[in-house]
Design a binder for this molecule. Structure first.
Ligand code: 15L
Length: 272
């Protein structure tokens, strides 16, 4: 059997950069696509660099050739204008899914976000946490774009039988520290993110799934049952950083009511 080729869009973004080393495996080639410049392959690194936009069908058709699975991280990662969200996140994801379909790629992971359900109240979460398939309650145009890409993923599964896993990622950063107290709730450690991606890549015939992407944080408000059912076993807990965050400024109370935190109060459509 030949090498497994994994296409990652948005590879130069925050999560993409954290994954480059962590998703390396013997027998796997990483094809890394982004508009932004990327480090060339290091000595012995099985990496192919592609420069281009997820909104360009020709770029995506070439990028998808000979690919076994795709992780779509590309797009805007914070609030922006409606036009920008529509073009880059929503239309871009349709271009990506359609290129994957035409190339015969049967497994696609989509980076959704907690902001698809950002207006869910933290106190809605029962003992098991908010279910991974809670219906969307977006907190921003960004959140709407993530709800839309989940819907596109569901459509491509139902129409074409592709396995599509939409991951409602919390906050994936090296540590939860830059996020302040909210990070103790929403953190997805980079190592756990790679564990989640591997589980989603290898689960047998998952169909269409929605899962939460968070670490096993003591203060998490979302359910891990659905991701665990795919084989995800998180090893990190943001609580390890709680002492370092003691005394950090608390967010305004209105930012603590909802899952999406400050995205719920930031002016709609204002880049942040
Ligand atoms: C996201 O979806 C963003 O991409 C990221 O920049 C963080 O802000 C994260 O959510 C979060 O909620 O902390």
């Amino acid at each position: 059997m030949g090498a497994q080729r994994l296409l990652i869009t948005g590879a130069a973004g925050g999560v993409g950069q954290l994954m480059r080393g962590r998703l390396r495996r013997p027998g796997r080639v990483l094809r890394l696509l982004d508009l932004a410049p990327q480090e060339p392959a290091a000595e012995g690194e099985d990496v192919e660099i592609v420069t281009g936009s997820v909104t360009d069908p020709e770029v995506m058709a070439r990028a998808c050739a000979d690919v076994d699975a795709l992780i779509h991280l590309g797009g805007l990662s914070r609030e922006n204008s409606w036009e920008a969200m529509l073009a880059t996140n929503i239309h871009g994801t349709q271009v990506v899914l359609d290129a994957a379909r035409q190339a015969g790629i049967t497994r696609v992971l989509l980076a959704s976000s907690n902001h698809a359900v950002g207006f869910r109240r933290v106190d809605e979460a029962g003992p098991g946490g908010l279910p991974a398939d809670s219906t969307p309650r977006p907190d921003s145009y960004y959140g709407v774009s993530k709800a839309a890409i989940e819907a596109l993923g569901s459509l491509y599964h139902s129409r074409f039988g592709m396995d599509v896993l939409a991951l409602r990622i919390g906050s994936c950063f090296e540590t939860p520290l830059p996020l302040g107290p909210r990070g103790l709730v929403t953190w997805l450690s980079p190592d756990d993110c790679a564990r989640l991606f591997e589980a989603c890549l290898s689960a047998p015939s998952p169909g269409y799934r929605l899962v939460w992407g968070v670490s096993d944080n003591t203060r998490r408000v979302c359910s891990l049952a659905e991701a665990r059912a795919l084989g995800y076993e998180p090893k990190d807990n943001a609580e390890a950083y709680a002492d370092l965050l003691r005394g950090a400024p608390e967010p305004p109370p209105e930012e603590s009511v909802h899952v999406g935190g400050g995205f719920c109060t930031n002016p709609l459509g204002a880049p942040n």
